[in-house]
Write a protein that binds this ligand. Sequence first.
Ligand code: CU
Length: 358
Amino acid sequence: MARHPLFILASSFALFLLIGGAQTASSFAVQQPEDSAMKEASFTLGPFHLDRQYPSMTGPDKREKVTLGAGETGSKIWVKAMRLDIRNAQGGSEPVDYLCHAWLAMDRPGDQSVPEKTKGTVTTRGRNYYLEDSMNFTLSGSHREIRLPPGYAIPVERRDLNATVIAMALNNEDGAMEKDLYYTMTVQYMDDAAARQYGIKPLKILSTFIPTIDVAPELAVLPGDSICFSDAHSAMTGRIANTAVFPVPPGRHEFRTVLEKTGIFEKGGTIHYMGTHMHAFGESMALFDKTENRTLWAGQVNQRRTANATPAPDGWYASAEGIAIDPAHDYELVGVYNNTTGKTIPDAMAMLRVYYSE
Ligand SMILES: [Cu+2]
């Protein structure tokens, strides 16, 4: 593909490789009115050497600070989309079996002066944890492309090193294997002038999830401070914080949590994009209006990640019209797992990322 002219050349010697650069014209699947104003930049992380299976969130990961909108003018750029392509050392396409997560973590205004540790506020209000306005585009499972609907994007302050790209590998394949893989994240954005021209409105991001304490309260023995890496590791040892990681016994189970009044669920607004995040044996997620007793949206998660090079993507929601959230209502998150093994899986997650306007 034209996007990877340097790939084979560069990947043969680079321990850690980044390709930045902008080009015009959309290579994303969904066409939008503002497409002609879009620019793309690609960043490649790798190689990831895979030689065994990994539990979720324990595979090798790499991260690097990058500059979004290098060479642009104006105070901001507006990020619309991200796509992930996994390739081997020969440049051939590889399946989603090898994706745990890929993140584009964009700095919020003023973040430069904020210590790394406190970025992406984790709020704890009673039982649940939320990443408020975390500014993350996240791809996981079979979800290979996130693209916000027409008229919406995420504004990012334009300056050097204003974002971080992070990729984490997974191996769902059985048996011994040896692979060196490269993860390319292609980010689509427009400049500030184009955003004004097309009347682009900003979205905020709220990460909601079913907390450990609602599934296995006896395990939620530690105060959680990170929902991610360290907790997945501690889940393996059976001692976990109240985070987004929980165990699932054999069989089919439905888990629910009442969403706390934070972000859009506190102030109201409109959801324009939703993406699920579940680990192996995840089946579906839904957003449920408890007050009106109806499902607002449900997304199926692809169960056949292994032995399927071109699987259906995990369910997502994208709409310019959107779904209105009334802060006077109570909302539930519903996650269904179908553990077809004979053993409890320790590392499940059921997360719904909500991209909303106020
Ligand atoms: Cu996860």
